[in-house]
Structure formats: C-alpha cells, structure tokens
Design a protein around this ligand. Structure first.
Ligand SMILES: NC(=O)c1ccc[n+]([C@@H]2O[C@H](COP(=O)([O-])OP(=O)(O)OC[C@H]3O[C@@H](n4cnc5c(N)ncnc54)[C@H](OP(=O)(O)O)[C@@H]3O)[C@@H](O)[C@H]2O)c1
Length: 313
C-alpha cells in the first residue's frame, strides 16, 4: 500500500489547527507541526498541547512565518502543507505569501491548503471588518494560482463548536440565552454548520485525493443545514423551553456592526452574511471549481447539528 503523505501544519496550536494536527495523526499521516519556540516558553496551556502532540507522534519543528530559512527547511520534509493562521491578523494571513515562496523554493509540495476554513470568500460580499479581515484570503488564492502551486481551498461554512451553535446563533452573550433570542432578519435563510473535528477530517482526507486538486472543497453535510428559526425550534423541542424571538432588521444589524467593539463587530458581519444573506447555501457548487466533501467521503460519520445541540443543552 502506498505510504500516506507527510503533512505539515502551520498554526497547529490554534483553534482550527489543533483539530488538523489530531486528524492527520488519526488518519495515519506522518504529521509535522511548525511551532514557535516563544509560545512553548510563554504559554503553559499551549506547551501542554505541544507535549500532547509530541506524545501522539507528531514531529515538532521550531519555526515562524517570518523565519524563511526554517520555513523552507520544514516544508522540504513533507508532501502537503496546511496553514491554519488566524484571521485576527489580516497581515499574517497576507504574509502567507512567505509560505507560498517557501513552497516554490522547496519545489516538492503536492498540495497546499491556505488558511480558509470558513465562508467562500471568493464569491461573497462581506461587511467590514470581516471584508478586510477575510478578503486577504481571496488575495492569497490568487497568489497561489499565480505561483502554480497545487492547492485545495476548504470552505467549511460556520464552525459547529464556534459560538453560533452553542449560543443558538447569538453573537453577544457568552452563554446560551434563557428567555429571549435575537433573530437576524426573518430567520429563514438556510445556514451550514460543520464541526471542527469534521472540517479537519475532510481536509486531511482531501490531501491525497485527486478529485480535490486545485478545487474548492465545500463541506455541506446534509443533516447540518438549518435556518435560524429551525435551530431555535430544535432547541425548544429538546429543552422544553420556549424562547421569545426578537427579529433584528438589517438596518439595526448594520448599526450593531458599526458600534460593537472587536470581535463582536466581526461576529455580526459574519452572521449577517450567513443568517441574513444566506451566503453558505444561496449557490450551487460549480463542478468546474468545487466538490462537496460529504459526497466525496460518505464514510465520514460527521457530528450532526442535532448531536451538537444535545451536547449544549
Ligand atoms: N468557520 C468558522 O467558524 C471558523 C472559526 C474560527 C476560525 N476559522 C478560520 O480558521 C483559520 C484558523 O483560525 P484560528 O481561529 O484557528 O486561528 P488561531 O486560533 O488564532 O491560531 C493561529 C495559529 O497561528 C499560529 N501563528 C501565529 N503567528 C504565527 C507566526 N508568526 N508563525 C507561525 N505560526 C503563527 C499560532 O501559533 P501560536 O500558538 O504560536 O500563537 C496559532 O497556532 C482562519 O482562516 C479562520 O478564519 C473559521
């Protein structure tokens, strides 16, 4: 049997990256994580995570997005590179050009996954500040194509464990609401939620799959497509509570985006795109540019929205 490809994750200590590292190990790939020495020294929680990676067989490589020599050295050891740099710094997302040039220099990479893992930024209009924060991802797509690097873009829609499901679509409160729920718009647009572990599984499975080469991998698990109203009704059925639904007009959402401090303004801008404009579901996948993950990998038993809600009530 052919050996699984060697995978390097840059940003493996982050929210999404941790799942990518774990999935890569779970699926039997020789797994490498580029970690920053200063994080290891200064962040005890992340130091523990890095130790857990080491114990599960991950090869730790010290380096930094801004240390080109070490970046090239790390990339030369593997077949596939996955970036999971965070969106809080558009500059760092833009500086993935350093990874692109290291991949060019190494000359052996079979697949690059830039940091995406969200809405398809290539086709949607976002409100600020999300427009600037995530718009950089679209520029990176262009830079990858220009460089002629084999790639896969993962468009995984809204994170299942990210606050949208846990708080029943609420942006502001940290806990699930108890009596009133804000519903952006009419609450009828369909939205796709995907568990982070499943995003990672589909991503790693795509790494060696010729069907995902130079394509967008859309993750649209059929059981995870819910409108906000349906999601609230599901919670109501399972919890025995009834919520008062307070609809928020688009004008009021714009005001919230403008007046809320970061990262709430970002959260409202994403929620506006997904819950009001229906940007995760309002298009058909063009087979020339995209493929759907749950169709490609029917063997993956993904976590359903129903199961997530059971976890959170
Ligand atoms: N769909 C969704 O709902 C959803 C939710 C969240 C995120 N996302 C997307 O997922 C992607 C990853 O975001 P995230 O929230 O997981 O990011 P994150 O938690 O902020 O993690 C960022 C990672 O990048 C690493 N990093 C930062 N600066 C670096 C440098 N100079 N050199 C090397 N590594 C560096 C960090 O390492 P240290 O540990 O050393 O700091 C960390 O591992 C983004 O594209 C984001 O938009 C999607």
């Amino acid at each position: 049997m052919a050996e699984e490809s060697k995978i390097l994750i840059i940003g493996g200590t982050g929210y999404m990256g941790k799942h990518l590292v774990e999935a890569s190990v779970r699926l039997g790939h020789p797994t490498f994580a580029l970690v920053r020495e200063r994080t290891l020294a200064s962040d005890p929680e992340k130091a523990k995570l890095i130790e857990a990676f080491r114990n599960s067989g991950v090869v730790l490589l010290y380096g930094d997005l801004y240390d080109q020599e070490r970046l090239v050295e790390a990339i030369k050891k593997v077949d596939v590179v996955i970036s999971a740099l965070g969106h809080e710094s558009p500059k760092k997302l833009a500086d993935q050009v350093n990874i692109i040039s290291a991949i060019k220099q190494a000359g052996t990479i079979k697949r690059f996954f830039p940091s995406e893992f969200g809405l398809d930024v290539g086709r949607i209009e976002l409100m600020e500040p999300a427009k600037t924060q995530l718009g950089v991802k679209a520029q990176i797509r262009e830079a990858i194509k220009e460089a002629g690097i084999p790639y896969t873009i993962v468009s995984s829609n809204l994170g299942g464990a990210y606050y949208f499901l846990r708080r029943i679509g609420q942006i502001e409160p940290m806990e699930p609401p108890t009596d009133k729920i804000l519903v952006l718009g009419d609450g009828n647009s369909k939205v796709i939620f995907v568990g982070e572990e499943d995003v990672a599984t589909y991503t790693i499975k795509a790494a060696d799959d010729p069907r995902t080469l130079n394509k967008i991998l859309y993750i649209r698990p059929p059981a995870n497509i819910y409108s906000h109203n349906q999601l609230i009704s599901l919670w109501e059925r399972k919890s025995g509570k009834t919520f008062e639904r307070i609809h928020v007009s688009e004008e009021e959402i714009f005001r919230k985006i403008q007046e809320s401090p970061p990262p709430l303004n970002f959260g409202y801008a994403i929620a506006h795109a997904a819950f009001v404009k229906g940007e995760t579901t309002n298009f058909e996948i063009d087979p020339l540019i995209g493929v759907e993950a749950s169709e490609l990998c029917p063997d993956v038993k993904y976590t359903t929205v129903d199961e997530f809600v059971d976890r959170y009530i």
